[in-house]
Design a protein around this ligand. Structure first.
Ligand code: AMP
Length: 285
């Protein structure tokens, strides 16, 4: 396994691999690898001849009061894990290498980037789409892998790839969870022991919403009210950014669980103390 820090070195390697006819898979990450990332890497290994991952904590997707500085970083641990999984190359650039000192261009996927997480994290998705497009231009892969845990991000990336005619297939992988259902995230380590125990309520709420729909409740507003009540009753929940029902393809809001929807995305962002966790589930109607 090779760790590449420079954009030009990366491009040279990609050109060489492409000339040889290799199929290239790419898993972009912010590092501090966990089972969620590993599962995407394994998917890429199955599909492709050569697997790249990137490890880059991208400053432009963090708000000024967010956790950019304290986001966990451990390249030694990550490279050992990646090597064990058979990753071929880690692209590990500095912020200076990626943005220089005069970066001015940002990529925006209109509307989709302004709802749900975008409403509460202004500029977040512009940061995400900008870095992902830059990475796609550097690591010219055939397939890129994204987790459904960040469902809105995955939809936005797919839209960007379609709208900008990118020659890359966006593949999505399932959300990987802890035993109690909590979606695995690098941010889970910020939680205190008590917050961690209580954080499983997020997945419980998604399951509860699913049960209510399956038991015939059509009015999603009613379900939302019950769920918000349950969340607000938990003393480790500091606040709820949103709990919403959306069309899994377009992210349009859904108010009634009509049969015309094959699935309904239930998605939430909840603060446990100083930690913001997100999760989602597609409810089959
Ligand atoms: P991150 O390092 O958090 O930016 O995540 C990198 C990629 O891993 C993104 O495509 C995420 O959606 C995906 N990912 C993170 N956590 C999980 C998880 N628990 N299950 C599946 N995919 C995940």
């Amino acid at each position: 396994m090779e760790i590449i820090k420079k954009i030009n070195d990366c491009k040279l390697i990609i050109n060489r691999l492409r000339e040889k006819g290799y199929k290239i898979g790419f898993v972009p990450t912010m590092g501090f690898l966990h089972e969620g990332h590993i599962n995407l890497i394994r998917m890429a290994k199955k599909d492709c001849d050569k697997v790249f991952i990137s490890i880059f904590v991208n400053p432009t997707q963090f708000g000024p009061d967010e956790d950019f500085k304290k986001y966990p970083r451990d390249i030694k641990r990550d490279s050992a894990l990646a090597e064990k999984e058979g990753v071929d190359y880690i692209f590990y650039p500095t912020v200076q290498e990626m943005y220089g000192s005069d970066h001015k261009t940002m990529v925006e996927v209109k509307e989709l980037g302004k709802i749900m997480c975008g409403q509460h994290r202004p500029g977040h998705f512009e940061g995400v789409t900008t870095i992902v497009l830059k990475l796609f231009n550097i690591i010219d892969a055939h397939k890129a892998y994204f987790g459904q845990k960040d469902y809105q991000q995955m939809i936005i990336i797919k839209k960007m790839a379609a709208d900008l005619n990118l020659d890359i297939e966006i593949v999505s992988g399932p959300t990987i969870r802890e035993r109690d259902g909590l979606a695995i995230s690098s941010r889970n380590r910020y939680l205190s022991a008590e917050e961690r125990r209580n954080a499983a309520i997020l997945y419980e709420c998604l399951n509860l919403a699913e049960d209510m729909v399956k038991n015939g409740e059509k009015e999603l507003g009613k379900i939302k009210k019950i769920i918000l009540g349950k969340l607000e009753d938990n003393r480790f929940v500091k606040s709820v950014d949103y709990f919403e029902f959306r069309d899994p393809r377009t992210l349009e809001e859904i108010k009634r669980a009509d049969k015309k929807y094959k699935g309904i995305l239930a998605a939430a962002a909840v603060w446990f103390g100083k930690t913001r966790l997100i999760d989602n589930k597609i409810i089959k109607v």
